[in-house]
Design a binder for this molecule. Structure first.
Ligand SMILES: [Zn+2]
Length: 303
């Protein structure tokens, strides 16, 4: 009996060390991948507007806050968000910063980014007052500036000029890289801004394109979509919107390139997950046959 106990005592460290070696091996094999900590992007259904939440390494980044109907705030609350480490207001239109004052007031916020442009609207004033009440400053990002969060790299790619005729072109454009996967967020940047990005030869290639300006024909030029060359595209707009978004020109370009399209007007909130190697979505892409422009979708649904 004593002998068995003795040999057990001798064997135990061997077992333990084998166990530890095998654990160590696992750690080594995952060292260069990011499979254990996924990136999650919520393209929040805020009707005719824009709002995206990015979650990585326990940090939250919010791009835009939709219209003033507080849908983005309600979504953030519904999934238990308690802090927003970075908030980016792409440009001061109501469909992007409408609920921004509510978000600022309700959340603990790290850094706040917006382009260097002001408007005289009540919505903009509300956002500025909310920022003041929380003693938050506006950071104006420079093109090429990066934010690093663990394995995630966020790069600012626009605006590239200081003056534009259209407020949309002041939109902050962002590229996210997570392992081998990449995502571009356009705000409402139009052809003018896209051409500047192309002329500067900025790295705009991405797996997922959040289509500029809700799929309007004023954005997504052929040269630009060719350069981004995405596998997937996400369009944020409302079913039955007054603008007819997304426009036929944009839908045709996406369909012709066989890009898999997701739409908040047809599918609600779209959630993309990346493990650094592959991207998966919470829903299937819209069937090409029914991926029709906004005005045709309205006709079909009113029948
Ligand atoms: Zn917009």
């Amino acid at each position: 009996m004593k002998k068995t106990l003795k040999s057990l005592c001798l064997l135990l460290p061997i077992f333990l060390s084998l166990f530890l070696i095998s654990c160590g091996k696992n750690n080594n094999s995952t060292k260069n991948s990011v499979t254990d900590e996924n990136l999650k992007i919520h393209y929040i259904d805020v009707g005719q507007g824009d709002s995206e939440l990015i979650q990585v390494n326990g940090k939250n980044i919010l791009i835009d806050a939709g219209t003033s109907d507080k849908r983005s705030l309600e979504y953030l609350k519904s999934i238990g968000i308690t802090r927003l480490d970075y908030v980016i207001a792409t440009h001061p239109h109501e469909d992007h910063i409408g609920s921004m004052d509510d978000v600022i007031i309700n959340y603990d916020i790290g850094d706040f980014y917006a382009p260097k442009v002001t408007t005289t609207t009540k919505t903009y004033e509300n956002m500025i007052n909310a920022l003041k009440s929380k003693s938050l400053k506006i950071n104006v990002p420079k093109v090429g500036e990066k934010i690093n969060i663990g394995n995630l790299v966020l790069t600012f790619l626009a605006p590239n000029s200081s003056k534009y005729d259209d407020l949309n072109n002041y939109s902050i454009v962002i590229k996210l890289e997570y392992g081998k996967t990449s995502f571009v967020f356009m705000g409402d940047a139009e052809g003018v801004s896209e051409n500047e990005i192309l002329a500067k030869q900025l790295d705009i290639q991405a797996d997922v394109l959040k289509v500029g300006h809700h799929g309007s024909h004023s954005s997504t030029t052929q040269a630009f979509i060719d350069k981004v060359n995405p596998k997937y595209a996400v369009i944020s707009c409302e079913k039955g919107n007054d603008y007819g978004h997304p426009h036929k020109e944009t839908i045709d370009k996406l369909n012709n390139k066989n890009i898999k399209v997701f739409r908040t007007d047809m599918q609600g909130t779209i959630i993309a997950t990346s493990n650094g190697e592959n991207i998966t979505f919470n829903v299937e892409p819209v069937d090409k046959k029914i991926n029709v422009p906004g005005n045709e979708l309205n006709k079909a649904s009113s029948k």
